[in-house]
Design a protein around this ligand. Structure first.
Ligand SMILES: *Cc1c(COP(=O)(O)O)cnc(C)c1O
Length: 385
């Protein structure tokens, strides 16, 4: 059996994989088992944001793997402390909890929002308002929090209580969903899996103001938008808001599993001894990797993200098959017919792009060089011309 056949035989059939076996990555170039090269506009779903075989990352990872790969949260270790300190200093948040994925980070945020409301004797049945078309993960709570009915399959019921679904960018509908049990609102600033739709700034400001005035926590899910992806270290920074909780994961460790939850003034001390934990969380290798990532996300890199955003928009401006383009920074959605077919065509021509909710989704590396970017855009414009 070859790899594809063995995969189908031995791996649970939850994925519809593209017809390619990838073997190597260097920067933004991938190589498959036959030696064919591809330009990568996907980053393993916004994870390898600094490209493959990133040298500072590799050096941090190998050093930590040699020194101490894992010891658990029963003991003190340095990488997670330095990472938490760096995250706090660069954001203004007060404390961090580490897990291993986006869903786990959101799960933790949900627990904290509930405990915050119960501790304050606000309610015994806390509710969290989420948005329609959102994506927050695949665990039972985060799947319930995901505002897409087609993902709430009856075969997985019963779902988790305590979520309300508000219309995107509709302040009145948000207010309609608020009641005395409302503990928090949770949203992505750019709905990623939902089709790369940025929220409208005026809507976000109004919701956050209402929440601040009424002691409702604001949770921003930056699992995909975080770590430079949208042109600022975190997307909330360009919305002029300070959330109470921010979750992040995907790009934080450039390919190693990590999730982080950042807590502000109100929420930093909600969790106490025994309230939450994770065996793999704060893993030293993942934390060392994340430190090497954050060190590289500086003003120059972020400026480049916005520049490259403009290069992409300019290159796609005249494509007849594009109905609309949306996004922020290097997180871009392209509305077109038969997106899946076009993604396949791109792959055949040597370009890796993704889909999101019937659109083509671009998530190139933040540090992709302009030549590679333009070469990739040549393939994309050919397919969309
Ligand atoms: C990917 C994603 C998640 C889930 O992350 P996992 O690491 O797959 O659990 C949650 N929220 C958003 C916004 C995401 O893009």
């Amino acid at each position: 059996m070859n790899i594809k056949e063995k995969d189908k035989t031995y791996i649970v059939n939850t994925y519809d994989r593209a017809d390619v076996v990838f073997k190597y990555g260097e920067g933004s170039i991938l190589t498959d088992e036959n030696g064919k090269e591809y330009i990568d506009f996907g980053c393993g779903i916004a994870v390898c944001g600094l490209g493959f075989n990133n040298k500072p990352w590799l050096s941090a990872v190998t050093k930590q793997a040699t020194a101490l790969p894992h010891i658990s949260n029963l003991y003190y270790t340095e990488p997670c402390v330095l990472l938490a300190e760096t995250l706090c200093k660069r954001t203004g948040f007060k404390k961090v909890f580490f897990g291993n994925s986006g869903a786990e980070a959101n799960e933790c945020a949900i627990k904290v929002a509930r405990k915050y409301a119960v501790d304050k004797a606000k309610t015994e049945k806390p509710e969290i308002i989420v948005l329609k078309n959102s994506f927050h993960g695949r665990t039972m709570a985060t799947l319930t929090a995901t505002g897409q009915d087609n993902m709430h399959k009856p075969c997985f019921a019963p779902y988790v209580d305590g979520f309300k679904y508000a219309l995107v960018n509709d302040y009145q509908d948000f207010i309609t969903n608020v009641n005395k049990n409302t503990a928090a609102v949770m949203f992505e600033l750019v709905q990623g899996e939902g089709g790369v739709n940025p929220l409208i700034k005026a809507y976000v400001s109004a919701v956050v103001k209402y929440c601040n005035d009424n002691d409702i926590l604001v949770i921003v899910d930056e699992v995909q938008t975080g770590n430079g992806r949208t042109g600022t270290l975190y997307a909330y920074m360009q919305y002029g808001i300070m959330p109470d909780i921010v979750t992040t994961a995907k790009g934080l460790a450039n390919g190693l599993p990590i999730g982080a939850v950042m807590f502000g003034e109100k929420t930093a001390d909600v969790l106490r001894f025994g309230d939450h934990g994770s065996t793999f969380g704060a893993n030293p290798i993942a934390c060392a990797a994340a430190l090497a990532v954050l060190e590289q996300i500086d003003d120059d890199l972020l400026k480049g993200v916005t520049e490259k955003h403009n290069i992409i928009y300019d290159a796609l401006a005249d494509c007849k098959q594009i109905k609309s383009i949306s996004g922020l920074g290097l997180m871009i959605g392209i509305e077109t017919d038969d997106a899946n077919e076009k993604v396949k065509k791109c792959l055949e021509k040597g370009l890796v792009v993704l889909t999101a909710h019937g659109k083509i989704r671009l998530l190139p590396a933040l540090n992709i060089d302009k030549t590679t970017l333009n070469n990739g855009l040549k393939i994309l414009t050919e397919v969309l011309k």
